[in-house]
Ligand binder design. Structure first.
Ligand SMILES: *[C@@H]1O[C@H](CO)[C@@H](O)[C@H](O)[C@H]1NC(C)=O
Ligand SMILES: *[C@@H]1O[C@H](CO)[C@@H](O)[C@H](O)[C@H]1NC(C)=O
Ligand SMILES: *[C@@H]1O[C@H](CO)[C@@H](O)[C@H](O)[C@H]1NC(C)=O
Ligand SMILES: *[C@@H]1O[C@H](CO)[C@@H](O)[C@H](O)[C@H]1NC(C)=O
Ligand SMILES: *[C@@H]1O[C@H](CO)[C@@H](O)[C@H](O)[C@H]1NC(C)=O
Ligand SMILES: *[C@@H]1O[C@H](CO)[C@@H](O)[C@H](O)[C@H]1NC(C)=O
Ligand SMILES: *[C@@H]1O[C@H](CO)[C@@H](O)[C@H](O)[C@H]1NC(C)=O
Ligand SMILES: *[C@@H]1O[C@H](CO)[C@@H](O)[C@H](O)[C@H]1NC(C)=O
Ligand SMILES: *[C@@H]1O[C@H](CO)[C@@H](O)[C@H](O)[C@H]1NC(C)=O
Ligand SMILES: [Zn+2]
Length: 456
């Protein structure tokens, strides 16, 4: 009978804990910040004192494995949906949909059609009765799933970092129902493209400015009373690699310009053959030793870049640092979009706030894992996704992890075994002692379906 009381108490307790966790109304707000094109190893190569201050009191994840294509829109959408590009539908910077015959470009991104294959976290947050706020994060000014944010900016690259942050914190402090805020900044991506990541002078300047923005962020959160109260995640979409006029792949040298249409060109080209598929494929596949050529169905599974109408019949993938052109000059000194296995394509992540450990470092996780983590932080249930909370939970202060978890596990295990043996022993003794109380009494197939007698 003591066992049953104990079991009932245990069940009641875990039920309470679960419901407390599931109700997000007490959870602090979350601010998600992206510095576009912040390659993971910039952290080792450049001095970033404010960023170091930020994660020394929080969590640093040195490298995130992001999604293919390692471009801005696919990865920003993966961060907020937990889905690979083939599953959220935002596949590249330029897209064509053969069914609707619609065209997408990042300059003309406001048609919900391109976004509606997934539900981003800010929509779920508002569907749960809270509010979300955003400053320039891709998609946050689009009416996704018939949902327009009240607190948002129309995209305008000229609005300063400070102005973006000031509005966000104003919305967060004036409206306590704001649970999630997203902030986007264009650097160091812009400088990486223009000067190439190997130009340490220019990248040093760009990263100095990014670091000063992080300093402003900490100061400003401190001034507005949010620092230490809310959870803050600083991350990025992808890295950057050096390109060169010596590493050009010229399609015109392999195939006649009239035999195909190109939707997006470099470093991942999407090709629609206009003539016989096999000739176009044959000519392209022997075109250059530093360019891989796939028929849509043969794209390697690990890239998760196959199952979507918006992926064209032939996909070309340049090797790291190579640029695909039809003819002519190198367009940019730095680029990204390449295979997501390349370390140069990976961004980093840092986090600070009441939910996070302090001074904790992790080597890596997947960028799709961030979504279930963020849903956990704001207390909403995640939609179906490709991430894993189990891979990221060790970043959180309330999760038992590593050696401590093992020790606790062993202690609990030993206790359970001891308790079981003690109980069994007692039961056996009772059974031997009184034949008037058969062991079968404990079984539930009794006439009396109610298990109340167990409690007596
Ligand atoms: C749980 O969340 C709802 C809103 O979804 C809120 O009205 C309610 O007060 C919350 N309950 C607790 C115990 O926090
Ligand atoms: C933007 O895209 C829409 C369709 O999605 C198209 O009708 C419109 O012409 C495009 N605008 C520009 C400026 O390309
Ligand atoms: C979108 O929302 C508006 C305003 O709430 C509503 O009038 C309209 O019917 C909705 N449209 C769809 C397609 O759900
Ligand atoms: C940002 O805040 C300023 C000052 O409060 C306000 O004038 C401006 O309209 C806000 N911007 C947006 C996009 O709401
Ligand atoms: C870096 O970029 C600047 C400005 O374009 C240029 O003057 C300088 O030569 C470059 N340095 C290197 C090492 O490429
Ligand atoms: C926040 O402000 C207080 C007082 O102005 C200061 O002592 C503290 O160092 C600041 N914290 C951060 C992280 O800037
Ligand atoms: C394919 O390559 C061959 C040999 O280089 C060339 O003669 C032919 O015109 C090419 N076909 C197309 C469709 O470009
Ligand atoms: C090429 O193959 C695709 C299917 O992969 C097909 O839809 C298309 O009609 C073919 N095009 C040509 C020109 O053969
Ligand atoms: C990713 O998640 C979506 C939604 O659950 C699912 O449809 C898809 O099959 C998943 N992809 C992989 C590779 O597991
Ligand atoms: Zn980007």
């Amino acid at each position: 009978m003591q066992i049953s009381v104990y079991l009932y108490a245990l069940i009641a307790c875990s039920g309470l804990t679960l419901s407390a966790l599931e109700n997000g109304s007490d959870a602090p707000a979350l601010l998600l910040v992206s510095f576009d094109g912040f390659r993971a190893d910039y952290l080792n190569k450049y001095s970033l004192p404010n960023l170091e201050k930020f994660f020394s009191d929080g969590v640093l994840v040195r490298e995130l494995t992001n999604v293919f294509t390692t471009k801005t829109f696919p990865n920003h959408y993966s961060l907020v949906t937990g889905l690979y590009a083939e599953s959220h539908g935002m596949l590249a910077s330029i897209m064509y949909d053969p069914v609707s015959k619609k065209h997408f470009s990042i300059q003309n991104d406001s048609d919900p059609f391109w976004w509606d294959e997934a539900i981003p976290i800010w929509v779920s947050v508002e569907e749960n009765g809270y509010r979300a706020a955003a400053a320039m994060w891709p998609g946050t000014d689009v009416n996704i799933h018939n949902h327009t944010l009240k607190y948002t900016f129309k995209y305008n690259s000229k609005v300063s970092f400070q102005a973006r942050l000031r509005n966000l914190t104003q919305w967060m402090t004036e409206d306590k129902s704001v649970k999630f805020a997203a902030l986007y900044w264009e650097e160091p991506d812009w400088s990486g493209h223009r000067y190439g990541p190997d130009n340490t002078t220019e990248m040093g300047n760009a990263l100095k400015e990014v670091d000063s923005h992080i300093g402003f962020l900490m100061d400003h959160l401190n001034k507005t009373g949010l620092w230490g109260k809310i959870n803050v995640i600083i991350t990025s979409d992808h890295g950057m690699t050096q390109c060169s006029p010596e590493r050009l792949i010229e399609l015109d040298k392999c195939i006649s310009a009239g035999s195909y249409t190109v939707v997006d060109l470099t470093p991942v080209a999407a090709i629609i053959p206009l003539e016989d598929n096999s000739t176009v494929y044959k000519n392209l596949s022997t075109c250059h030793e530093h360019m891989k050529v796939y028929l849509k169905n043969d794209v390697p599974d690990r890239l998760h870049y196959k199952n979507n109408e918006r992926i064209q019949p032939i996909i070309l993938v340049a090797d790291e640092g190579w640029t695909i052109v039809k003819h002519g000059n190198l367009p940019r000194l730095g680029d990204h979009g390449y295979d997501n296995m390349l370390p140069s394509m990976h961004p980093f992540l840092a986090a600070h706030g009441p939910a996070f450990r302090k001074g904790y470092k992790m080597s890596s996780f997947n960028s799709v894992d961030l979504y279930p983590l963020m849903c956990h932080l704001v207390g909403i249930s995640p939609k179906a996704n490709n991430g894993s909370f189990a891979r990221v939970r060790c970043a959180l202060v309330n999760e038992q992890c590593g050696e401590l978890a093992l020790a606790v596990g062993i202690v609990i295990g030993v206790l359970i075994i001891l308790t079981t043996f003690t109980c069994l022993f007692k039961l056996m003794k009772n059974r031997d002692a009184s034949s008037s109380r058969p062991f079968a009494r404990l079984e539930l197939d009794d006439d009396d379906a109610d298990d109340e007698p167990l409690l007596e």
